[in-house]
Write a protein that binds this ligand. Structure first.
Ligand code: ATP
Ligand code: LTN
Length: 337
């Protein structure tokens, strides 16, 4: 008999807090699609995380459904990947509470995302925003994954998740597997087209800095043509994050889309200047997104199918999550029902 090797497990998630961006695609979703054969993959729509910032209810529902369609259209086959909505699996909230009690005020205060988001939402610095990393740790630890693929900005959250798990394991004995972050080489940090020192983010207020996955081709092209390039005098296409952040960001995007190296891109645009480079990057992005956009639209017209996908996903996810939760409840001393 063939020796069946247990596949390593992967879990990741994106908040349906807005329209997905080119950053969400290149930094996360695109890389996930390639992992399905080698790994046992769980991908979540982190709707519970979105309400740490005020959401419009109908919009949250629309974003969540669109995101399910976009996951599938980007190549995440629901037969090979478990696609589910976080709020459909109550174990996330349940383990989240337990982990709140094993995470220190001081360590949460140091989280960069908390500092950034409280500065941006000064009128709503709620407790959920503060304990966000505990819920995210629960999201991860429930599934005992080996790897958590995320963009560079989420690395700190995976690290605190490991710290919390180590603390819990230290008190109660081995309960959680310690996951490793899995950060892509290219596309790990797609920056805003208008302020290349900031990451491209779906909750950004400046719509020109952000390219959306489902945006019209003409709008995408316009945004790339107007992308900020640098005020250096040499005006040539050369990778230098520090001194030429605008051009370097465009080069990273072009490289992630075409698979070409920075050297090859520099050679392609040698002597051509920024004006020639920007529309070519825009075109490449438009062509990459075109089939995904068409498939997302088709899927959105088949609500019954999308529903069947997230229902089946919730069932499979719950099975794994509840097993870990039962173990945790027992260890901390909750009386079995
Ligand atoms: P929000 O604005 O609501 O905080 P976001 O647009 O910053 O959201 P997330 O939903 O937080 O994006 O991120 C989803 C995943 O995509 C994460 O793994 C994150 O690291 C990755 N990601 C998001 N934006 C980028 C980006 N600009 N470059 C690379 N990866 C990104
Ligand atoms: N915090 C992440 C989204 C997220 C996540 C997770 C990612 C929530 N739970 C679990 C990986 C694993 C973000 O804002 N991008």
């Amino acid at each position: 008999m063939e020796n069946e090797v247990q596949k390593k497990r992967i879990l990741s998630g994106i908040q349906p807090s807005g329209d997905l961006t080119l950053g969400s695609y290149l930094g996360a979703i695109k890389n996930w699609a390639a992992l399905a054969d080698e790994y046992d993959c769980y991908y979540m729509l982190a709707d519970m995380h979105t309400i740490t910032v005020r959401q419009v209810p109908a919009e949250l529902r629309r974003h969540t459904l669109t995101q399910v369609a976009a996951y599938i259209a980007s190549g995440l086959d629901p037969e090979k990947n478990v696609l589910f909505v976080q709020s459909h699996v109550p174990a996330h909230a349940q383990l989240g509470w337990v982990l709140d009690c094993y995470t220190m005020f001081g360590e949460l205060s140091r989280m960069t995302q908390f500092k950034d988001k409280s500065a941006k939402n000064a009128d709503n610095i709620n407790a959920g925003l503060f304990t966000y990393p505990c819920l995210m740790a629960a999201d991860i630890l429930l599934y005992q994954p080996d790897f958590v693929p995320v963009g560079e900005d989420q690395k700190q959250h995976v690290e605190i998740c490991r710290d919390i798990a180590t603390r819990f394991n230290g008190i109660y004995g081995d309960t959680f597997k310690l996951p490793d972050p899995y950060i892509p080489q290219v596309g790990a940090r797609v920056m805003s087209l208008t302020s290349p020192e900031k990451k491209m983010s779906k909750s950004d207020k400046d719509p020109n800095g952000c390219v959306y996955m489902l945006e019209k081709p003409e709008d995408i092209l316009r945004k790339f043509k107007r992308a900020i390039t640098d005020s250096d005098t040499e005006r040539c296409v050369r990778f230098d994050r520090e001194n030429k952040p605008g051009v370097s960001n465009l080069m990273s995007i072009y490289s992630a889309v075409t698979g070409r190296s920075f050297e090859a891109i520099e050679a392609e645009f040698d002597g051509k200047g920024y004006g020639a480079f920007k529309p070519v990057v825009g075109e490449a992005v438009v062509e990459m997104l075109r089939p995904i956009q068409e498939e997302t639209r088709r899927l959105l017209s088949d609500k019954a199918y999308l529903e069947s996908v997230y229902r089946a996903g919730a069932e499979k996810a719950s099975y794994v999550a509840e097993k870990t939760l039962r173990k945790v409840y027992k260890k901390v001393g909750f009386l079995a029902r």
